[in-house]
Design a protein around this ligand. Structure first.
Ligand SMILES: [Ca+2]
Ligand SMILES: [Ca+2]
Length: 163
């Protein structure tokens, strides 16, 4: 009798622990292997340049989201303080492609602080404006405006006529 109770008790505990409980959250973290996004804003301080001599050292880079090729899917641009910025094209189904080199938008300064995506020249295509720091200690940079051209996506060439 005791063995039977022990068996059923163990079975119930095992059954409950084996059930996958859906987390009670609004968001789900997707792994970079699935999304293709592996951006990280890595910062390496030195004795000559760090939080002690640059108050904004840990203020971070930036991120902007916009449909740069007008395919209806939101694309993502990340700025890295000390390394290459990244532009990820949304391929759908939460999968992205790093097109930074192909698009020529990695940024040239050695301290990028933020980004805005907006149609600056009014041609119907979103452009990328990167904020950079220059003229302070070893920081050399100037804000950069990347105009997205029509050849980027043939679909857009038909929908994004110059106004
Ligand atoms: Ca898009
Ligand atoms: Ca534009």
């Amino acid at each position: 009798m005791n063995f039977r109770r022990l068996f059923y008790g163990a079975f119930i505990i095992f059954s409950i622990s084996a059930c996958k409980v859906k987390p009670d959250t609004l968001f789900t973290l997707l792994p970079s292997q699935q999304t293709g996004i592996d951006f990280e804003n890595k910062i390496s301080d030195t004795a000559a340049f760090n939080i002690l001599n640059y108050l904004y050292y840990y203020n971070g880079g930036g991120v902007a989201i916009g449909d740069i090729n007008n395919d209806g899917l939101a694309d993502i641009y990340f700025t890295s303080n000390q390394h290459s910025n990244k532009l990820y094209l949304n391929k759908g189904n939460f999968q992205f492609e790093d097109i930074t080199d192909k698009a020529g938008v990695k940024g040239n300064g050695n301290w990028k602080t933020g980004v805005t995506i907006a149609d600056v020249n009014g041609d119907g295509l979103l452009d990328i404006y990167v904020s950079e720091v220059g003229g302070y200690k070893s920081l050399q940079g100037r804000n950069e405006l990347f105009i997205i051209w029509r050849f980027f996506n043939q679909k857009c060439a038909q929908r994004c006529k110059r106004r």
